[in-house]
Design a protein around this ligand. Structure first.
Ligand code: NAD
Ligand code: UD1
Length: 338
């Protein structure tokens, strides 16, 4: 099977390409390198021993996408490409709607033209808004509180309408919880540009000495230690979830929706402790005000993915923190510019 991976040079996409090659699936990467570096390709090739096809392009370029789908005889698409910073999306909403929503519409139009009818889309647990209870199942109500989240919700709704009109397609919406960790080789990992927005990259940059101190956003939530609780999932488990989706429903007509999470919640302070244990480094922190838009707790009920895809997350919190530390300590400044 040949799969076009939009955004395949990014954090989750690059790990997914590695797992695909291990499963005998051939990825073709399509990425404009807006938030990733050319060095990722070399790292994937180094870890897997395979050469990869990479097309540098923007998902809003329909002609290039259609040509790529046709010339590579693509069977299915995994669509990671998009912008993902919540704060930035509040400042630049049109860029988010253009890239994430319009970009997906152009991709689907190109797939129609090329006759490719299998799509796996990177959605997010953010579409559950502030859930009434945890764990969260796929039938919970959806909502959005910022343009990033709304762009994911809009894409889900567009794809649902599109599927009503085109029931012979297979469309899979994967709602990720909190992806963390790195490839165990230490060659690939998360490499945010500028100040990290998310907890784990911030913690690992403090541990490696790039930043002085973590700000813990509030310790007055109704949670056991007062800090926010999330469902952190190892990025390699998440990558395997895509392969399970391709193999189990990628050729089945229908609109399929799955949570990809572990089913366990961990607090900010638990993550800091786990990271200190894995790295042997101190992570100094100070408690500051809550971050606007944050919720107290969020974790998945992943049983639907287990039942229908035969997939579950296997890696522990220790794997997540140990692997993150290996990547961060081997690559303190992230990927090199080449
Ligand atoms: P990432 O930024 O590391 O990767 C996204 C990739 O897409 C980058 O390589 C970027 O250069 C590329 N890209 C962006 N716009 C493009 C365009 N118009 N044309 C071509 N390429 C483009 O992000 P990630 O963490 O790997 O996330 C992948 C997907 O998963 C995103 O859609 C994101 O919204 C979603 N997601 C991520 C998380 C998370 O915590 N990382 C959680 C839930 C959902
Ligand atoms: C955030 C986004 C979400 C997006 C997800 C993945 C917000 C409000 N939500 O989720 O839409 O899908 O990232 O990109 O931005 N924390 C700190 N200090 C930090 C960073 C985070 O205490 O410097 C805390 C947060 O308050 C939260 C937890 O750590 O309790 C996890 O935060 P983060 O990694 O940003 O993920 P989410 O907020 O779950």
């Amino acid at each position: 099977m040949k799969v076009l991976v939009t955004g395949g040079m990014g954090y989750i996409g690059s790990h997914t390409c590695i797992q695909m090659l291990g499963a005998g699936i051939t990825p073709v990467i399509f990425d404009n390198l807006y938030n990733s570096k050319q060095a990722v390709l070399q790292r994937i090739e180094k870890v897997t021993g395979h050469r990869l096809d990479f097309v540098k392009g923007d998902i809003r370029d329909k002609a290039l996408l259609t040509k790529t789908l046709k010339t590579h005889a693509i069977d299915a698409v995994i669509h990671f490409a998009g912008l993902k910073a919540v704060g930035e999306s509040v400042e630049k909403p049109l860029e988010y709607y253009d890239n994430n929503v319009n970009g997906t519409l152009v991709l689907v139009a190109a797939m129609q033209e090329a006759g490719v009818k299998s799509l796996v889309f990177s959605s997010s647990a953010t579409v559950y808004g502030d859930p009434a209870s945890v764990p969260i199942t796929e039938d919970f109500p959806t909502s959005a509180t910022n343009p990033y989240g709304r762009s994911k919700l809009m894409v889900e709704e567009c794809l649902t309408d599109f599927h009503h009109a085109n029931p012979d397609w297979s469309i899979t919406l994967l709602r990720y919880f909190n992806p963390v960790g790195s490839h165990p080789s230490g060659e690939l990992g998360e490499d945010p540009q500028g100040i990290p927005n998310n907890l784990m990259p911030f913690v690992s940059q403090v541990a490696v000495g790039r930043r002085d101190c973590l700000s813990v956003f509030g310790n007055d939530y109704p949670t056991p230690d007062g800090t926010g609780v999330r469902d952190y999932i190892h990025v390699v488990d998440l990558a395997d979830g895509h392969i399970a989706a391709l193999e189990n429903v990628g050729a089945k007509m229908g609109l399929h929706i799955y949570n990809l999470g572990t089913g366990n919640g961990s607090s900010v302070l638990e993550m800091v402790k786990a990271f200190e244990a894995a790295s042997g480094k101190q992570v100094p922190y100070q408690v500051v005000a809550r971050r606007a838009g944050d919720i107290a707790e969020c974790w998945a009920d992943p049983s639907k993915a287990m039942q229908e895809l035969g997939w579950k997350a296997l890696r522990s919190l220790d794997d997540m923190t140990t692997d993150t530390w290996r990547w961060q300590s081997n690559n303190p400044q992230g990927y090199p510019d080449i």
